[in-house]
Design a protein around this ligand. Structure first.
Ligand code: F6P
Length: 256
């Protein structure tokens, strides 16, 4: 029955929270690798959780990343019934994703569905060092970078290292390096091995891994059995997170 299934899922969430040592776990039924709408359900669960963490006393600045999962979070976003002020910003500069999957795109879509404010980061992926140094000193960019540093909530995805490197058209050298260093996970430009050790990072502006420690609420959205190893690796170095995942990933992690 539906009730028995839900009870099973909440037991599973408890077990996963314990196994990973994270702040909290939310699991939606199904496996997003197999069923399309499971990703949307994760999106819906993420929106609900995000609203639970919104502050009513201070302005909420929410930094978000790109990817298909985060695009599903944006698709499920809705205005806050309590009208708590929110501003969305992209967590990092370009990481080599196509426009549809970029953090800027997800950020603006999320804000428009939430009927709230947003700011974008307009820095091209490939510029010379001199241009880059000048650009980050531009007041409009500097201002957004400061907002990212001050974000009280970060919502980000996790990917499999190889899948992400290929999707971003990484060079043969980088693919080789990631292979040699046994990279299994990727999150906002950082690549990790199975112990959660950083093996590579994309040099771009915005949120750095160390900044996460200062963020009040970090909500990580990743599902599908294929991401089990990546999730496991990522939380080893960032355990203080709220994980929104699906049954497919959860079952695989619990078996491992
Ligand atoms: O490139 C942005 C990003 O959030 C990555 O950091 C992450 O690995 C990936 O997208 C996840 O993408 P998807 O949700 O499509 O699996």
């Amino acid at each position: 029955s539906v009730m028995a299934e839900l009870a099973g899922i909440s037991d599973m969430a408890k077990a996963l929270k314990e196994k990973l040592g994270v702040r909290d776990v939310v699991i939606v039924p199904g496996d997003s690798d197999q069923t399309f709408w499971v990703q949307r359900d994760m999106g819906r669960a993420t929106v609900a959780r995000l609203k639970r963490e919104l502050s009513s006393s201070v302005h909420n600045t929410i930094a978000v990343t790109g990817g298909t999962t985060m695009a599903s979070v944006a698709a499920m976003m809705s205005p806050d019934k309590e009208n708590r002020p929110m501003t969305f910003v992209p967590a990092r500069g370009g990481l080599g994703e196509t426009l549809e999957l970029q953090a800027n795109t997800v950020c603006s879509r999320m804000a428009s569905r939430a009927q709230s404010d947003y700011h974008l980061l307009h820095i091209p992926d490939m510029v010379s060092k001199e241009t880059f140094v000048k650009m980050v000193e531009e007041p409009s960019i500097k201002n957004v970078l400061q907002m990212i540093k001050d974000a009280s909530i970060v919502v980000h995805g996790i990917g499999e290292a190889k899948t992400m490197a290929k999707r971003r058209r990484a060079s043969a050298e980088l693919l080789e390096q990631l292979e040699q260093e046994h990279a299994v996970a990727e999150a906002f430009g950082y690549y990790f091995d199975r112990d959660g050790k950083i093996v590579h990072r994309v040099k771009t502006v915005g949120l750095q891994l160390d900044d996460l420690k200062q963020v009040e609420h970090v909500i990580v959205v990743a599902g599908g059995h294929s991401k089990a190893e990546a999730i496991n690796a990522y939380v080893k170095q960032s355990p203080d997170i709220i994980l929104i995942t699906d049954e497919g990933a959860a079952t695989t992690i619990l078996k491992g």
